[in-house]
Design a protein around this ligand. Structure first.
Ligand code: HEC
Length: 147
């Protein structure tokens, strides 16, 4: 005699549950799966920390090297120091900003040799994404190739 349909369903559900538990146990026992899990967790925790550290570094470099003229709020001093907030050059391309820093401009000194390429990248990425600005990131390698 066949079991009542309701009991048959419960039986199927139990089998499915046991199956999925077995699969999970197998996966956890698989060293590659475990390593993958640990790495994914590490990367997803460390990457945002790294980005945050680069942002803080860029801000510190800006305060130490640029804010005296361009001001902490990036608004500059009208007629003397241009604003870097909502500035065409700054929002244009990271390479153009890098060239201004490498060559210098008017009263502004060149930063070639006084800050490292990765510091230059960090400060450029900071000004290009501070205040109302939003721009793609530039890599230290690109700065190096420009010098
Ligand atoms: C001693 C003052 C001074 C310092 C320090 C300084 N700048 Fe400048 N900066 C200027 C002046 C003045 C200009 C405009 C030069 C000109 O066009 O003749 C300028 C221009 C610029 C421009 C081009 C803007 C435009 O509209 O042409 C950028 C970008 C810039 N500065 C970024 C920076 C960054 C980033 C730092 C720090 C790493 C920095 N500056 C440090 C004075 C300074």
């Amino acid at each position: 005699m066949l079991p009542h349909p309701r009991h048959r369903n419960i039986g199927t559900l139990l089998l499915l549950l046991i199956d999925s538990l077995k699969l999970r146990a197998m996966r956890i026992a698989d060293p590659l799966f475990t390593i993958n899990l640990i790495l994914t967790t590490l990367i997803s925790t460390l990457l945002p920390l790294k980005i945050l550290a680069a942002e803080e570094k860029g801000e510190r470099l800006f305060l130490d090297n640029c804010a005296e003229c361009h001001q902490v709020d990036g608004k500059g001093i009208p007629g003397i120091y241009p604003a870097l907030d909502a500035n065409e050059v700054v929002s244009g391309s990271g390479v153009d900003v890098a060239l201004v820093l490498i060559i210098g401009r008017g009263e502004m000194p060149s930063f070639r040799g006084s800050i490292l390429p990765e510091e230059m990248a960090a400060v450029i990425n900071y000004v290009r994404n501070a205040w109302s600005n939003s721009g793609e990131l530039i890599l230290a390698g690109t700065i190096e190739s420009l010098q």
